[in-house]
Design a protein around this ligand. Structure first.
Ligand code: C5P
Length: 286
């Protein structure tokens, strides 16, 4: 079985004050983008189940710390399935980039195993497993465009953004999510109203690229730029060279801007192309 796991961008990301458990309430509009990890998965009946994972990226753990292995174990446990799972994971989505790669892999594994074991697990049964794995995992059970609230576990599908293309600007460094949230708290940026007022998504999703980019907000930009000042420099540099609004996805480090046409996007790519910067044009909500 071959599974495709898309990356996501947070088009809009608002963050409230930290809760008793240290997590932060979110209001975020996410959409998938056309950059995929692939997984080749096989299963075999086994009295003592195990999960064996090979990964193309030697930097990533392949033991129980990997979200894909966690997802497979959680699924087998939850539905009391005596089987082993073998996975070859080909990474294309950079880790630590705010593109939700690990979360998407985990969600694809849950959906793939459900298919492999002949529809074990309704959507309602998979949802708590996804929420347990991480804040972005529930979104990937739904995709391609949704508003997520709470810690990310409340997912509501909405129309995808009208601009069909995005430029992803991939810096050669990542930013650690927990550190960005800690900085967010230290900067005292959490406000209830950040997450309590929802924009008119229907209007927003119909806007052309430039008008939509003007409206987008990411509350994690200020703390991420405090943690990684070179990211703020890069953003300013890209905005100047492209003459358009550039935003950060998730807790960084990926930056993005949207396009109505592919040719314009490709032309812009040339303006910021450099050896150390991985930049790609991808479809939104592919
Ligand atoms: O759930 P996920 O693994 O993506 O979260 C990574 C870290 O980001 C958490 O350990 C927490 O420090 C922070 N976080 C948060 N509030 C959220 C989501 C993540 O504080 N809603």
């Amino acid at each position: 079985m071959r599974l495709l796991a898309p990356a996501k961008i947070n088009l809009y990301l608002r963050v409230g004050p930290s809760m008793a458990d240290g997590f932060h309430p979110l209001l975020t509009w996410m959409c998938t983008v056309g950059l995929f990890d692939t997984m080749d998965v096989s299963t075999q009946p086994a009295p003592s189940p195990q999960v064996l994972l090979h990964c193309s990226d030697p930097q990533l753990p392949t033991d129980g710390r990997n979200l894909v292995a966690k997802a497979a174990s959680l699924f087998l446990d939850a539905f009391a399935i005596d089987a082993s799972v073998y996975v070859v994971l080909q990474k294309k989505i950079p880790a630590g980039g705010g593109l939700g790669g690990g979360s998407s892999d985990a969600a694809a594994m849950l959906l793939g195993l459900r298919r492999a074991f002949d529809s074990e697990g309704s959507d309602e049964a998979l949802a708590p497993l996804a929420a347990k794995l991480g804040s972005d995992v529930p979104f990937f059970l739904h995709g391609p465009s949704a508003v997520c609230k709470g810690r990310g576990e409340m997912v509501r599908a909405i129309a995808p953004p009208a601009p069909p293309w995005a430029m992803l600007i991939l810096p050669p460094f990542g930013v650690a999510t927990p550190e960005v949230y800690r900085r967010f708290d230290r900067m005292d940026l959490g406000r209830e109203e950040n997450v309590s007022v929802e924009p008119d998504w229907q209007t927003w999703s119909a806007l052309p690229a430039a008008a939509l980019m003007e409206k987008l907000v990411n509350d994690l930009e200020a703390p991420a730029f405090a943690v990684a000042p070179q990211l703020e420099v890069l953003r300013r540099d890209c905005e100047r060279k492209l003459g358009r609004v550039v935003r950060m996805s998730g807790s960084g480090s990926t930056l993005f801007t949207l396009y109505d046409g592919r040719e314009e996007a490709e032309r812009d790519l040339e303006k910021i192309r450099s050896a150390e910067l991985g930049s790609v044009i991808v479809e939104t909500a592919p």
